[in-house]
Ligand binder design. Structure first.
Ligand code: KIV
Length: 282
């Protein structure tokens, strides 16, 4: 099958000759088939290519870029221009996965700015969808985008744009907080999001939301009952050694590999072992 001519040859996938572009609608449909949705949050061309070729279904260009790549304490300094820049790089690399651009703080304060900024992500940066944080507070914004046929991903539970320098913790442990999160999830589902991120919520609450809403849920620190899972690629690769939330599983120790390579380069240059004749021009 082919959509918008977006068919690619991806050598590392099981069926390398014809690969179909995964649309937000296809992500939505995965809930019916019960197939788990695999997602990574990443920010650049090479990691996007690697993740796409590995078979990741949905790539988020998260505003966590402000913390992971720029070293900030939170996501509040991330601007629309930063996010467009990273989304362009990711979209260029991705042939198969759905690309979801995170709308940064203050880029969707009202429905009209939400619409014009979301359109920039789709038209200028090549994203397939956008993500907004919050429930009731962003109802009008989500409605505006859905009416304009822009696929929207919701995000409830811990909302990094809300807490700023505050506490990164599990949200929804007490019944009042859990009720608000559940109601927000139901509202977003009703308004028409194609999927919903559940961040740092108790597994039981995530399970209840997943059973209640029609759209698929994608968890991060939300247990195993969600319809899909997302992690920040750098966390999974072991490249953010200072940060190790309980919900992260490290599949590699790139920090060690990169450090070793850098130390070898230092040694070779200092011992005049680099460059060799072969690595030089005559
Ligand atoms: O910013 C981000 O990377 C995210 C995902 C982890 C959900 O919001």
């Amino acid at each position: 099958m082919e959509e918008d001519g977006k068919v690619a040859c991806l050598g590392r996938l099981p069926f390398p000759d014809k690969i179909m572009k995964i649309t937000p609608q296809a992500i939505y449909s995965k809930k019916q088939t019960g197939e788990k949705i695999v997602s990574l949050s990443l920010y650049d061309f090479p990691t996007a290519r690697i993740a796409d070729e590995a078979g990741v279904d949905l790539i988020m260009v998260g505003d966590s870029v402000g913390m992971v790549l720029s070293g900030h304490e939170n996501t509040l300094g991330v601007t629309i221009e930063h996010m467009l820049y990273h989304t362009v790089a990711v979209s260029k690399a991705v042939k198969r996965a759905t690309v979801v651009a995170d709308m940064p703080v203050h880029s969707y304060d009202d429905p009209e700015s939400a619409l014009s900024n979301a359109q920039r992500f789709l038209k200028e940066a090549g994203a397939d969808a956008v993500k907004l944080e919050g429930g009731t507070k962003v109802r009008a914004q989500v409605q505006r985008l859905v009416a304009a046929e822009i696929p929207v991903m919701g995000h409830v539970g811990m909302l990094p744009q809300n807490i700023g320098n505050g506490k990164y913790r599990v949200y929804g442990k007490n019944p009042e907080e859990a009720k608000v999160i559940l109601e927000d999830a139901k509202l977003l589902d009703k308004v028409g999001v194609f999927s919903l991120v559940l961040e740092c919520v108790p597994s039981k609450l995530a399970e209840e939301i997943t059973k209640t809403v029609r759209c698929p849920t994608i968890g991060i620190g939300a247990g195993s009952s969600t319809d899909g899972q997302v992690l920040v690629f750098q966390d999974l690769l072991g490249i953010r050694s200072g940060v190790s939330p309980r919900f992260v599983r490290r599949y590699a120790n790139l920090e060690e590999i990169l450090g070793k390579a850098a130390r070898s380069f230092c040694r070779d240059v200092r011992r005049k072992k680099f460059p060799s004749k072969k690595e030089s021009f005559s």
